[in-house]
Design a protein around this ligand. Structure first.
Ligand code: GLU
Length: 304
């Protein structure tokens, strides 16, 4: 069977299973999404692209955007970035405060909220118009001007983002936030509100399967070494405290978001995006995880 047939078969199977997950209602606007949405899109290096289900419906990519903000900050600071944020899996929830005290305000990795807030601070210090410049960076990677923030989602999160406000202030008390916490948080909530569909997402992330170079005009978005390290971080830290489980079951670098999206990368081969909004207890898409586990098993395409 080819990828298309495998995806079709697994899609139908996973679509019909009982979804044990729940919508992320802590951001009120995310609870308004139809939980039955289920889309998949694969974009491959050799242009064998295929999508199914709700793969053209936009959704809130939430934490998946943290990979893109990290890429942008990495381009600016290169290795110096690791003075501000670590590269270890946290083993704690995405919004946890507990390790920061012992770690003197240096977040374990850039994909937990604490780490992404520090990356937001770096971007604010280095960009003239952070909100606009970041959006342009994201659009330029995939040459797609349709990508945008959702003001509705950002506003909804700004009203209830008390843990993130606490995180930002706590990190500032250690000196690892240089700007005003309110500015850092504003930017952080905006970047989490980016919306894309599965096709846009898998097209955009394909550069990480292509050693950091654009699939459109081959320009270098990241160096090979930087691209390797971003993939390594997605492998070890992309799924909160379920990162080991994802690695074990799926065997690919990836990143999830509480909007129910998952992006996974097979270096040299493809990027695949799955969206199903109901989340398991660790905050990852229930059906998305199940789908990808079956996909890499059936296709026998994983990096291991
Ligand atoms: N904006 C979300 C938050 O900060 C992102 C969480 C996620 O997708 O993991 O809570």
């Amino acid at each position: 069977m080819n990828n298309k047939e495998i995806i079709q078969e697994i899609y139908e199977k996973i679509k019909s299973i009982d979804d044990e997950g729940e919508l992320a209602s802590y951001i009120p606007e995310l609870a308004n999404v139809d939980p039955e949405n289920f889309g998949v899109h694969i974009s491959t290096i050799n242009q064998n692209n295929f999508g199914i289900g709700n793969c053209y419906d936009k959704f809130s990519i939430q934490s998946i955007a943290k990979v893109l903000s990290l890429c942008m900050a990495y381009r600016i600071l290169d290795k110096k970035i690791w003075e501000r944020v670590g590269v270890e899996p946290s083993g704690t929830a995405f919004n946890s405060l507990v390790q920061l005290e012992a770690d003197n305000g240096i977040p374990r990795n850039p994909f937990i909220n604490a780490g992404a807030i520090v990356i937001s601070d770096i971007l604010i210090s280095n960009l003239e118009n952070p909100k606009e410049d970041f959006l342009n960076f994201v659009r330029s990677i995939s040459n797609n001007s349709e990508i945008n923030y959702s003001d509705k989602i950002a506003k909804s999160e700004k009203k209830v983002g008390f843990r993130n406000i606490a995180l930002c202030n706590f990190i500032k008390s250690f000196g690892n936030i240089q700007n005003e916490p309110s500015d850092v948080l504003d930017f952080y909530f905006d970047l989490c509100s980016l919306e894309m569909n599965c096709k846009e997402l898998s097209d955009l992330f394909l550069f990480l399967a292509n050693h950091g170079s654009s699939m459109i005009d081959n320009h270098m978005i990241l160096t090979k070494s930087q691209s390797k390290r971003i993939n390594a971080l997605m492998q070890t830290c992309g799924f909160y405290d379920e990162s080991g489980e994802f690695s074990f079951k799926v065997g690919l670098p990836g990143k999830s978001g509480v909007g129910g999206g998952i992006i996974a990368i097979h270096p040299n081969q493809y990027a695949i995006a799955v969206w199903s909004p109901r989340l398991n207890k660790k905050g990852n898409s229930y059906k998305g995880m199940r789908f990808l586990e079956e996909f890499t098993t059936e296709s026998q395409l994983s990096i291991f």
